[in-house]
Design a protein around this ligand. Structure first.
Ligand code: AMP
Length: 264
């Protein structure tokens, strides 16, 4: 499974259809990816998506897409979301949950999901649990990517993001082949507004304040899998695949044909 599934349904909400060719799985993976900003969750989500067939669903991507809507067409709620984001603050739970409810079809998808950036608070986690319980669905596992703070700050400050496909690059560690141009789609690269130093500081403070209760919540539910995120992305991904297969061995077909060390 090497295709990246189109995520129009997720990014644009209930008015749009899933553009992907998503295979139905009898036992899809439903994973949550936790970890501070800059730990590499986006990259890991893409690698896991290729291996497991589940869509990478990021709430941050939904909010960033809203940024391209012309100012005069933004609703007051949308405008306030963008302001929370610009300040590096969390968007209030009620707004985030409204966004999720408009995209429930993605959570019900037969291909499963990889949630990145949601839930961010225990209230969001409880609401997600209720939404899944209501349809008899359950989470497979929650992967918690861990890395030292100083390394994270260095990573974020050099990060460049593609304006078209969202791929991440880094000025030092993962340079694009042509300066300012995305290797994957040719889109132009930019520094995310929330990757600027003043936003990064606020995001890290917010993360540290809200993450621990969330981590404890999923540990209590027996779903938490810690993964050391400091290493080559392919190795981190292999470790995660091995760990989730051990955690949830009933998932048929999850393990790559030659064991978890699938070339990515
Ligand atoms: P991310 O790309 O996940 O780091 O998200 C970027 C920004 O979007 C965050 O700094 C928040 O302002 C907002 N955001 C994304 N997901 C959530 C969420 N689940 N709850 C609150 N705010 C969110």
């Amino acid at each position: 499974m090497s295709e990246t599934f189109a995520r129009a349904g997720w990014i644009l909400g209930f008015d749009s259809r899933c553009g992907g060719r998503k295979p139905e799985s009898s036992d899809p993976w439903r994973l949550i990816l936790l970890g501070p900003p800059g730990v590499g969750k986006g990259t890991q989500a893409e690698l896991l998506s290729h291996n497991l067939g589940a869509c990478h669903l990021s709430t941050g991507d939904v909010f960033r897409a809203a940024n391209s809507i012309p100012v005069e067409k933004r609703t007051p709620v949308l405008q306030s979301v963008l302001e929370f984001m610009r300040r590096g603050e969390l968007v209030p739970d009620n707004i985030v949950l409204q966004i999720i409810r408009e995209r429930l079809v993605c959570l019900h998808c037969g291909g499963g999901f990889l949630l990145d950036g949601f839930p961010r608070t225990v209230a969001q986690a409880e609401a997600l649990q209720e939404l899944l319980d209501a349809d008899g669905l359950s989470l497979s596992a929650v992967i918690n990517y861990e890395m030292q703070l100083e390394k994270i700050v260095g990573r974020i400050s050099g990060r460049l993001t593609c304006s078209m496909c969202g791929s991440s690059f880094h000025l030092m560690h993962h340079r694009p082949r042509a300066q300012g141009i995305c290797d994957a789609c040719g889109g132009s690269l930019y520094q995310r507004e929330d990757d600027r130093p003043e936003s990064v500081k606020a995001r890290m403070e917010n993360y540290q304040r809200t993450a621990q209760p969330l981590i404890d919540f999923y540990r209590r539910h027996g779903l938490l899998i810690p993964i050391v995120a400091d290493g080559p992305p392919e190795e981190v991904c292999r470790n995660a695949l091995t760990a989730i297969n051990i955690h949830a061995p009933h998932h048929k077909g999850a393990e790559p044909p030659n064991g978890p060390a699938l070339a990515i």
